[in-house]
Design a protein. Structure first.
Length: 247
């Protein structure tokens, strides 16, 4: 059983939040491991000297956050961690961090030079004669799909395209850009919106039609303000967490 620290009744922080923070810390540090049962409501009430309502509120919030799950008649258990994505990977190509909950893999579904649609041409300021490399990838975490991505890059920016394919199976776009001298990203614009899964996303991401998804629409620009990349990234709402750290 985990040790229980005292909580402060004078800190001004609600007691249920202090209990949440304590359990969350034990999960994040690995003291409480995936699948492990946490102390019962009665034990938490006794050790923290709080009411059952307070403990139930804390556990309910942790369930909603995806930290724990409950089994009827058996108690609360630590849930397998979700895929965590550092938002710097989407927006900051100069300071890319790694995330703490394991690594994802990329499965390339499509890889070809195409004549872009009118929407892509408008977003990337291209002419009808221009061509782009279209890369369609499925992001996997612990064997299951967590996100779907379409990326478009002007074909004249990537020499020896086939030699780069292996990189797109292992790395994020901005990591790859660092290996291509012709590409020098300077700024990016990101639009974020929630959607509900349609038939295509339901089949691709193995979710139910109508399940919540989060879509990232990103355009990356060079120093002369020319678009050098356009991506549409769709993440599962039940499997992904996104965070950002500020220096």
């Amino acid at each position: 059983m985990i040790g229980i620290k005292n909580i402060s009744f004078k800190s001004g922080i609600p007691l249920y939040i202090q209990i949440e923070d304590y359990i969350r810390e034990k999960v994040e540090t690995g003291e409480l491991k995936t699948g492990e049962k946490i102390p019962s409501e009665e034990l938490l009430c006794e050790k923290f000297n709080v009411s059952k309502i307070t403990v139930i509120r804390a556990l309910r919030d942790l369930v909603n956050e995806g930290i724990i799950y409950r089994k009827q008649g058996k108690g609360s258990f630590v849930k397998e961690p979700n895929y965590k994505e550092d938002l710097n990977k989407f927006a900051n190509f100069k300071n890319i961090h790694t995330w703490s909950q394991g690594k994802a893999e990329h499965k390339i579904l499509e890889w070809h030079i195409i004549k872009p649609s009118e929407e892509i041409r408008n977003r990337m300021k291209l002419t009808k004669e221009d061509r782009v490399l279209e890369i369609v990838r499925l992001r996997l975490f612990k064997g299951g799909p967590v996100a779907f991505e379409r990326t478009y890059i002007p074909d004249n920016l990537i020499p020896s395209i086939e030699e780069k394919r292996e990189l797109f199976e292992k790395k994020f776009i901005y990591d790859i850009f660092k290996t291509i001298p012709q590409i020098s990203p300077e700024s990016s614009q990101i639009i974020i919106k929630p959607i509900l899964a349609d038939d295509f996303y339901a089949k691709t991401l193995e979710v139910a039609i109508g399940d919540p998804l989060l879509v990232w629409d990103r355009t990356t620009y060079s120093k002369d303000e020319k678009p050098i990349e356009f991506s549409i990234f769709c993440a599962r709402g039940d499997k992904c967490k996104h965070y950002i750290e500020f220096p």
